[in-house]
Design a protein around this ligand. Sequence first.
Ligand SMILES: [Zn+2]
Length: 260
Amino acid sequence: MNAVKKTEKSLRKTISFRCYAELNDFLPFERKQRNFTLSLKTPVTVAEVIELLGIPLSEVDLVMVNSQPVERSHRLLKNDYVSIYPTFETFDISSLKTTQKQPLRITRFILDAHLGKLARYLRMLGFDTLYKNDYGDLEIIEIAKEQKRIILSRDKLLLKSPRVNHGYYVRATEKHNQLIEVAAKFELYSQFKSFTRCMTCNTVLLSKSKETIRKLIDPDIYGCFDEFFFCPVCNKVFWRGSHFERMEGLILSIISNKSK
Ligand SMILES: [Zn+2]
């Protein structure tokens, strides 16, 4: 009997953990916002430990072991230090995910009725952004929860709802400044995919060969540009004209603001 116990004990390894931001909501008091150690039977994977901690895997964005990003199937070793980050941590972790086949974090937004111009700008930068000027508060909260979207709002009452997990009160009132503020708050810079999404309806634009859009646009424009994009919902063709250049100037000003 003692021998069995000894064998079991020898398979246990001490591993250190720290969970960040709202992942602490799933932890008992003594493990919240601090480092803690567990003596775990090995072999054990990252995914198994996250479940053991009572954290739903869907809430986890990034796991780092000894400062290196790892897959969920990664096996933990004695004295490892494991950092677990949630989906909506606001600092930029996307560049760290070199081992992931595709980024786990997809930053999506839903905006309230006051932020229509900001919605267009976020779409311009390629962010999946829902906006309607007649969304009700409950509707916004439900969609945000279901689709894991961050709520951006100028309505403090909406954001005070206990059902809002991921909301942010946009301070700036002018659209350029709002975009600069949101890009800085969520450190969006590495996720820019400018001019890939329709600013009007949020649909991802399709790249079209010149020949296929010949009948849809003015011959002068057809002659001046080689690259065209198409929104299948709005049925509109886009090209890199003067509007595009102004937008590019705006994007550059956001990026230069980052280094200030
Ligand atoms: Zn469209």
